[in-house]
Write a protein that binds this ligand. Structure first.
Ligand code: TMP
Length: 234
């Protein structure tokens, strides 16, 4: 597999074309941003952890019937993936109130929700990734009705699988963000699942083991990512 021109550079990853039109290479960086790029920094070693963790988690999901873009890990920071057309939605699933949900609705961080909540944001940096509902998504044409139904069903299934996966490793899955891409007429899981995109709390102490340590200047950022990695690979 030959790595060709860079197609796109995002905040945390670079994407390269390959000599196979149906495959891309993603390369994970240590760069970290928050608040739509306003806060910038780096988390040493995060690119390696996020790459390898995403691949382990995607393989687990595949084994449990969730199709993903994963093809093959090529190195510490690089993975070969199916070339999908990203659906421009951030799909957020919440089990426990935190972050923007707590702020928006005045629900104390840490309160268990009575049911899992799916939220969508329109992936558009210029607009600041605004929250969007299903009728708005259909009205603008960001996804079809069938795609939206598939995305929601998969998101809830992924939530159940991940809650169980993390709980066995001493971690409470508070919430997470996933993205989907169009591939061969279906929408499949793409992007990443990592401490950048999940809220992960120690299930005994509620210590934060995720990017909130960076967002909120809590310190111990690298240590938190390494701890999640340790628990996944133990
Ligand atoms: P929020 O509470 O800030 O809306 O975040 C919900 C979840 O989504 C949390 O696990 C962090 C993740 N997330 C991202 O992965 N990317 C983002 O740009 C934002 C705002 C949140």
């Amino acid at each position: 597999m030959e790595k060709l021109a860079m197609l796109y550079e995002g905040k945390a990853k670079k994407v390269f074309e390959t000599d196979d039109k149906s495959r891309l290479i993603v390369e994970y960086k240590d760069d970290a941003t928050a608040f739509n790029g306003l806060k910038k920094g780096s988390i040493l070693g995060k690119g390696i952890i996020n790459n390898k963790m995403t691949n382990i988690v995607f393989k687990y999901l595949e084994e449990n019937g969730v199709e993903t873009h994963f093809v093959e890990e090529l190195g510490d920071r690089q993975t070969l993936v199916k070339k999908v057309e990203i659906v421009p939605l951030e799909v957020i699933v919440r089990n426990i109130a935190a972050g923007s949900f707590s702020n928006k609705f005045g629900v104390e961080e840490g309160k268990e929700l009575l049911n899992p909540v799916i939220e969508f944001s329109y992936k558009n940096d210029a607009l600041g990734d605004p929250m969007i509902n299903d009728m708005q998504i259909l009205a603008i044409g960001l996804a079809s009705k069938e795609e939206l139904a598939s995305v929601s069903k998969q998101a809830l299934k992924i939530n159940e699988l991940l809650k169980d996966y993390f709980f066995k490793r001493g971690i409470t899955l508070v919430d997470f963000k996933i993205e989907f891409g169009r591939y061969n007429g279906k929408v499949i899981l793409a992007d990443e699942i990592s401490p950048d995109t999940c809220r992960l709390w120690d299930n005994k102490t509620n210590e934060k083991l995720d990017k909130d340590r960076f967002r909120r200047d809590l310190g111990g950022v690298e240590e938190a990512y390494e701890e999640v990695w340790r628990r996944i690979t133990i």
